[in-house]
Design a binder for this molecule. Structure first.
Ligand code: ADP
Ligand code: MG
Length: 724
């Protein structure tokens, strides 16, 4: 089929598409299906002996060490439950450093001597698995001859049933470590960091008179994504293989009308959203908010916040579910940070707070934050952490794909700063001068229509340009990319918070022991933190041209690309920090750094090869055909004695020449030998491949505007973004 026919057919298919019917009815009402497929506390309470249940809950709720004796009882109950739910297999699910989810499936049924089979699932099978680790990135943590990797049951994240038309699977969330116990995954360090943060938060609470508190980190991830009709998706090898378009001019109509954000959701998309929510509910994932996003074809889902570790697992499961259900509705769900150049990209905001069921969020200021000392200590700890470890926060969101988004005036800049809002900023300004004695109160908004109520306004406005913004009861880290797992950023936030809380607790404990009155000690601590770290507070416009200049004067780093940010992981101070809180040892930090470089080079390498292939085999032939037709036309006109304008031929020939040259450069760049160090390959990707791809794209995009539509081989931005 010619390029044009593929596109025509795609459009026709989109038009003729009838969404599959879905409904919430009878036993499938939302309230009834929530958690239906989860081996939840309620299920455990029903099915486990009382003592076993109590022991498991002590681990989940209070972080107690898991009693190995309970595993057999839990495994047996879990197996019975799973078999009743139609499961035939079980899988240890883990989160390797590719950022994806991995699972190894095994059957419950084991043959017995007489030719029949028996469903077996022992405690040791629940607790530990041994997938071959050799095909997952390890950044030098393992020699290839030591292929062993172990998965270990994470009791704090419940097992669940994953449904599939061909059979159900019991999924068990696990950590994934090497033979020596070093982390090969994202979950292990997240759990370690949670433990460290909790320990030091509890010390602060003890000082404020709340003894024995188990403090956890909460995370509410907001996921942005694009939906594209699958016919277009399949006709775009770049989207299919790299997750983003490597070619394409801006459509005549883009997002400048702002008519998509919060607009009515198209029926087909709404059908998809309802279907996904139903599946998420079954898995116990509390999907809550859904709406359109800024760009055409872009949407957002925000589940309710949960404990960080659970939120991270749920977030991974959400992405898998979205991909599968989009397909069912004839669409592809794109999680790439920048699928379309010149169009808004996608992020995954990580809303962070800490607290527990007893005390709620410890980041709630109340109406008069100036006299809420406990809140101010936690808040000051965040300010110190973000200032001191801005580089690590930046590194935690570094990837080749997120580089397209950060600093492009649609996402926060790569400069890490904190937004506090009017009220809190004012309180901390008072603290810097000595002590805070007042809080700016809530205002009221007069709308000017008598029948409308007077609406209260929040004491602080929102700031969409800040990478780390206080939003009333939590901080919102806005820099993470849409494709990332939240485990990485959460691990960093927990660890730097552990450091700040440890520091604050130390200062207060020492002062109190020396006989200083507690209020004075708190006051001094706050004043000192805001004096040393107040530079990171910025309430202005992060997109403005002045901010990078001001930030530099304030001594805030601007680590623009992944390769600028990754070295932050292996500074002496970073390695000392992560080691001190038992989150990563030196070797693990080095491995993360190496893997970051590897993934960067691999991502760009794939894109470069795709650019070369699509440019050479699809775009150049179409352009040449168009050029030939113009040339033939000029020849025919001349032969007929008509005066022919050769300008159109020149116009299309110039970008064809540029495209040929660009492709030749790219081909040579891909062949050049850059040695085998991960750093050399990553630098080659950034300094040679990316610019070469940009030249190829510029020529190809110029051609898209010239070549006859019927010859153009790729679905256009117009088609992909507006036809759903
Ligand atoms: P926005 O208006 O910022 O886009 P959304 O409602 O889309 O907000 O998402 C906000 C996210 O923040 C949700 O996931 C929500 O559950 C989460 N959230 C709310 N309160 C807290 C909290 N105390 N700690 C962590 N996350 C929270
Ligand atoms: Mg939102």
């Amino acid at each position: 089929m010619s390029g044009n026919a593929v596109r025509r057919e795609a459009i026709w298919n989109v038009e003729a598409y009838v969404p599959p019917a879905i409904s919430f009815n009878g036993a499938e009402a939302p309230g009834e299906i929530f958690g239906l497929n989860v081996f939840s506390k309620t299920v455990m309470q029903k099915r486990l002996p009382k003592s076993v249940y109590k022991s498991v809950i002590a681990t989940i709720e209070h972080g107690a060490m898991l009693d190995p004796d309970v595993a057999d009882a839990v495994a047996s109950a879990m197996k019975d439950w799973a078999l009743e739910k139609g499961a035939t297999h079980y899988a240890h699910v883990f989160y390797p450093l590719t950022g994806l989810t991995a699972e190894k499936h095994d059957s419950f049924f084991e043959p017995v001597g007489d030719g029949s089979s028996l469903a077996e699932f022992a405690g040791k099978t629940l607790v530990q698995g041994e997938p071959d680790a050799s095909s997952f990135p390890n950044g030098g943590l393992r020699n290839t001859f030591e292929a062993r990797g172990y998965t270990g049951w994470d009791v704090t994240s419940p097992a669940y049933i994953l449904e599939n038309p061909n059979g159900n699977t019991l999924c068990i969330p696990t950590v994934f470590v090497s033979m020596t116990g070093e982390a090969l995954d994202h979950k292990t360090p997240l759990l370690r960091s949670q433990q460290a943060m909790g320990e030091h938060a509890a010390r602060i609470l003890t000082l404020f008179g709340h003894e024995n508190q188990n403090v956890v980190a909460f995370c509410g991830p907001e996921q942005e994504y694009f939906l594209v009709d699958r016919h277009f998706f399949l006709a775009r090898p770049d989207l299919l293989n790299a997750g983003r378009t490597l070619f394409g001019t801006k459509p005549p109509k883009g997002q400048e009308f702002d008519d998509h954000y919060f607009g009515a959701i198209p029926d087909r998309v709404l059908g998809f959203m309802m279907d996904t929510e139903r599946e998420l509910f079954k898995l116990g994932i509390p999907a809550k908010t859904r709406h359109n996003e800024v760009a055409p074809g872009q949407f957002e889902i925000a589940p309710m916040f949960e404990r960080g570790n659970l939120a991270a697992d749920h977030q991974q499961l959400l992405m898998t579910t979205f991909k599968a259900i989009a397909k069912k509705h004839g669409m592809e769900c794109l999680f790439h940070e920048k699928p379309f150049a010149g169009v808004n990209g996608s992020g995954k905001h990580v809303n962070f707070s800490l607290g527990n069921a007893d005390l709620g969020s410890l980041l709630v200021p109340g109406d008069t934050p100036h006299d809420n000392a406990q809140f101010l200590v936690f808040c000051a700890a965040v300010i110190r952490a973000v200032h001191k470890y801005a580089g690590l926060l930046r590194a935690s969101v570094a990837s080749a794909t997120n580089d397209h988004r950060l600093g492009a005036n649609e996402a926060p800049p790569a400069i890490i700063s904190i937004f506090l809002g009017d009220q809190l900023a004012d309180v901390f300004e008072q603290i810097a001068k000595g002590a805070a004695s007042s809080s700016k109160g809530k205002g009221v908004m007069h709308i000017g229509v008598d029948t409308l109520p007077v609406l209260p306004t929040d004491p602080g406005d929102r700031n969409r340009t800040s990478p780390f913004a206080f939003t009333g009861n939590r901080f919102e880290f806005r820099a993470p990319g849409s494709m990332q797992t939240v485990a990485g950023p959460m691990t960093t936030i927990n660890t730097i918070m552990a450091d700040s809380l440890d520091y604050a607790a130390g200062v207060l404990e020492t002062a109190v022991a020396a006989g200083t009155d507690f209020d004075t000690a708190v006051q001094d601590l706050l004043t000192q933190i805001i004096t040393d770290h107040g530079n990171v507070v910025f309430n202005g416009d992060g997109y403005s041209a002045e901010w990078p200049i001001e930030a530099e004067q304030r001594g805030l780093a601007n680590l623009k690309t992944t390769l600028d940010a990754l070295p932050e992981l292996v500074t002496e101070s970073a390695m000392e920090l992560f080691e001190r809180y038992g989150v990563f040892n030196h070797r693990e930090m080095h491995s993360r750094y190496e893997i970051g470089l590897e993934q960067y080079a691999l991502t760009i390498g794939v894109e470069a090869r795709l650019s070369l292939e699509i440019g050479t085999t699809a775009i150049l032939p179409a352009a040449v055909k168009h050029q030939t037709e113009i040339a033939l036309n000029i020849g025919a006109l001349k032969a007929a004695g008509v005066e022919a304008d050769i300008a159109p031929l020149d116009e299309v020939s110039a970008p064809i020449t540029a495209l040929r040259a660009g492709l030749a450069t790219l081909r040579a760049a891909l062949k050049s030998d850059v040695g085998h160090s991960a750093l050399a390959e990553a630098e080659h990707a950034r300094d040679v491949l990316l610019p070469a791809m940009a030249d190829v794209r510029a020529a190809a995009d110029a051609l898209e505007e010239l070549v006859a539509d019927e010859l153009w081989p790729l679905p256009t931005y117009q088609e992909m973004l507006f036809i759903l």
